[in-house]
Each structure stands twice: as C-alpha cells, then as structure tokens.
Design a protein around this ligand. Structure first.
Ligand SMILES: Cc1ncc(COP(=O)(O)O)c(C=O)c1O
Length: 464
C-alpha cells in the first residue's frame, strides 16, 4: 500500500480524542477536524519512498541528481567563521557581508536593482502586501493568487482591494476602470494601483498574460501610477533565460516594480528573494512586521541558495529546463491519443482545461492539473499512488468547489518512458471509471479507492 494512501486512511479514521474523558478543548478541535474527515480531505504527512515523483517541485532535478548537494558542500566550506547563523533580525545583528553579496548576485542574475532575501515566500508575500500598498492605494489582484498574498492583503491599509477574473485582460481592464472611477486620488495620480499576479499559477499551471496586463494598465492609468508585483514562485528556474523567470523572458524588468522568487521549488532550497528598488527594500526591512520580528535566514540556507544560483548562472540547468518542456508536451500528446481519452474527457472523467483548444502549446509550465468529476480526484490520486507515482488531490478551499483536480508536476529526472507509462496509468483509471459507469452500478468504487476505504475502516476499528 502506498504511504500516501495509508496516511490518508489513517487521517480519516483516527478519532481517538473524541471520548468523554478527553478535555473539551481537544474534543472541539477534533470536531473541527471531523469537518475535513467528512470531505475525505484530512491529510497526514507521509514519506515518499520508491515512487516516481510527479508531485514535487524538484523540476530541474537539482535534488534528485545530487547537483545541488555537491554545489552546496562546495559553498558550505566558505561560510563565514563556520557559523550557522547570526542571532538577530536583519536590522539588528543579523546582517552579514555574505548575505549582502548573495543579494547582489541574485539581483544581477535577474537584472534587478536590488534583492532582499527572506525566510520564505509566504513571509515575503505577507511582508509585501501588508506594507507596500499605502492608505488610498488600491490593490487589484488575479482571483487565483496565492493564499499568502491574501494573508498579506488582510493586514493592508489599502481600503480598495478588488479581484479580476483569472488571467483575463478584459476583466482586468473593467475592474481597473471601475477603480479609477471610484477613487479620485487614483484618478488624479496621487495614489497608486498595486497589481498582483503570478508568473505560473500554482494550482492551474498557466502562465500570466503579463504583457497584455501591463499594456492595459498603461492605457487606463494615464499617470503611470500602477505598480506590478509578480510572484515568480513556479517561474523560477523554469521560465526565462537560464530560469531567470517570466519577467526576464519578456524583458519587462523595468515595468514590474516587485518580483518574488521562492526557492523551495525548482531551486531545491528554502527562502525567497524579493527583487525591487532600494526604496521598496528599505520600506520592507523597516516596516514589514513579518521581517522585522524574526531572525535572518541561517547560513546553511543562504549557502544552498547561493549554490543553486551558481548552477543557474553556469547554464547547467538549461537542458533540464528544456526537458521539462519536452516531457509535458509528450504527456499531452500521449494522453490525448489514448483510445479512452475522447470519451473520458467528453464525460468529464478526465479533463485538462489548461490545454483545451490548444493542440500545440508553445511554452508550458511544469504544472499540469487533471480535473475529474467532484470527489473523483481522490480516487485518481489513490490510483496513481498505488501504481507507484506521486500526485495529490487538490480540494476546496485550495480550489473552488466543483474544480477538484489532481495536480501533477513534471521533472527533468523523468524519462520519456516514465511519462508514457504515467499517461497510460491515468487512462487505465479512466477505463475503470467508464466500466463502472457502463455497468450502471453507481455505488461501485474503483479498485484503489476500495482498498483505501478498507484500510480506513481497519484504522477506525482499531481505534475503538
Ligand atoms: C505562488 C506561490 N507563492 C508563494 C509560495 C510560498 O512559498 P514558500 O514555500 O517559500 O513559503 C508558494 C508555495 O507554494 C506559491 O505557490
């Protein structure tokens, strides 16, 4: 049984803390967890072993190939005084020449004025969105931006916060126009519109129509008072020259005020870098609570980031970048030419909305979500995991209700054979679902789901 399925089953079945002798506080927490159990969406961590990776962000294979480890060990030797960190925040004791040098190198690589390295992408977004938009500014954000951007916006003084339909330039223009009409200070150019987008949307896998949005903003905001902020979490290492991101790919460095590159994905590390000018950097360092009241990133973390950038700069990751493009396109071709595809997709058993109507996408991202019917995403995830591939269900509230999917990530370490066998594996699940549909027995579960529910019952019985 795959670790994912076992831990899923354990999570749904485990109700040990609900007995009367348990303090009320824990019983109430269990009641909250029960809400997720009812949806089958309570998760426990599991350790992935002996499985072909179609879920992690190691898209360039820096971790699986050992390339980052070697580069890190080399870099680690030069750590200042062999220290792990300097206890303190950036503005007190935490600064170092090493960190300043790293920021300089990162800024140069991305053709940015300045960089600020912080502990994580989440922390960075909370810092940016709680600090940069000022009272009287408006925030206009794509409806699918990351949860950490929403968390930052909750702490923002910007009164006007509006979303536009995902990657839709008409909706962007209409919403921006309505902001101009309702906000006199934006109309007269004394306040700004802060636009929030991502280069690759993490749950949908599509790429931002950045140039179109910038052009539209220029037309509507005649005082040049738009500030674009782009989260390049999944663009880092994957898009642009040597993986420098979408902004560099499009040559829009001067048009985008703030870029966020996070490192736990293709760079195989942790932390993030905020690219911006000195004004923004000073503002963040001095006013962002999530940066002020925390320690600086440790030296091993900085060394791993520096090692990853050395690899990017050397050009040694370009081949992997190209391979990801090849593998995603191969997968699309393979699955679409499978005999079951036509019927399964027309019945909504398997769908890839991202590439519907696009037979030959020019540039793809590493993320490919497969949509299923409601709740069936769990069954598909069980199926692939049982067959030896990782891939996880994405459920509400991460995506809107009715948009359940399993999200797969392609990686340079995969081979053509892996990808073709993986597409076949997904199609074998669709065949089983169609067989169930044709049998008229709508209570019948597909095999992997039956197995998962059987273990769940075992866990439940054992905890009674
Ligand atoms: C678009 C986006 N931004 C930010 C983050 C958070 O980055 P980190 O893992 O460095 O906190 C994520 C993480 O998944 C993400 O997908």
């Amino acid at each position: 049984m795959s670790a994912f399925v076992t831990e899923w089953a354990r999570a749904q079945g485990q109700k040990g803390a609900t007995s009367k002798s348990t303090p009320v506080f824990y019983r109430n927490l269990e009641a909250e967890l029960d809400v997720r159990r009812k949806r089958g969406s309570l998760m426990r961590p599991h350790v992935k072993e002996g499985i072909t990776d179609f879920s992690s962000g190691d898209s360039l294979g820096l971790l699986s190939s050992g390339a980052l480890k070697d580069a890190f060990l080399e870099e680690f030797k030069d750590l200042p005084n062999g220290r792990m960190t300097i206890p303190g925040s950036r503005l007190s004791d935490g600064n170092s020449k090493y960190l300043e040098q790293l920021e300089k190198e990162i800024a140069e690589f991305h053709n940015a004025e300045n960089a600020l390295v912080v502990n994580s992408g989440c922390v960075a977004n909370m810092a940016i969105f709680s600090t940069i938009p000022l009272a009287g500014d408006a925030i206009l954000y794509d409806e699918l931006v990351h949860a950490s951007i929403h968390d930052g916006m909750k702490n923002s003084v910007a009164r006007c916060q509006k979303s536009f339909l995902h990657n839709d330039v008409d909706s962007f223009s209409d919403t921006l126009q309505s902001i101009v009409e309702s906000e006199p200070q934006i109309r007269n150019g004394t306040r700004s519109v802060i636009v929030s987008v991502e280069s690759v949307y993490s749950m949908d896998g599509d790429i931002c129509i950045l140039q179109e949005l910038i052009d539209a903003a220029k037309e509507i905001l005649t005082h040049d008072n738009a500030l674009f902020i782009i989260d390049e979490a999944y663009g880092t290492g994957i898009l642009g020259p040597k993986g420098s991101g979408l902004v560099c790919e499009l040559g829009l460095e001067k048009e985008v005020g703030i870029r966020l590159h996070t490192f736990p994905k293709a760079l195989g590390s942790t932390g993030s870098a905020i690219l911006a000018n000195d004004t923004v950097k000073m503002m963040l360092m001095n006013n962002a609570r999530s940066l002020l009241f925390t320690g600086v990133p440790s030296f091993p973390m900085l060394a791993s980031i520096r090692a990853a950038y050395r690899l990017l700069r050397s050009g040694s990751t370009i081949e992997s970048q190209n391979k990801v493009q090849h593998l995603v396109k191969l997968f699309l071709k393979t699955i679409r030419s499978h005999p079951v595809w036509e019927r399964a997709s027309s019945l909504g058993i398997l769908r890839i909305p991202l590439y519907e109507g696009d037979d030959d996408p020019e540039v793809v991202s590493q993320i490919l979500p497969i949509w299923t019917r409601a709740k069936h995403n769990l069954y598909l995830a069980f199926h692939v995991n049982q067959a030896g591939y990782s891939g996880y269900p994405v459920v509400f509230p991460v995506v809107p209700k009715g948009q359940e999917r399993v999200r797969f990530l392609f990686q340079a370490a995969q081979t053509d054979e892996h990808v073709k066998a993986f597409a076949d594996c997904i199609c074998s699940w669709a065949e089983e679902m169609l067989e169930i549909e044709d049998s008229g027995d709508l209570n019948r579960l597909p095999t992997a789901a039956r197995d998962a529910y059987a273990i769940m019952s075992e866990f439940e019985n054992n905890s009674k």
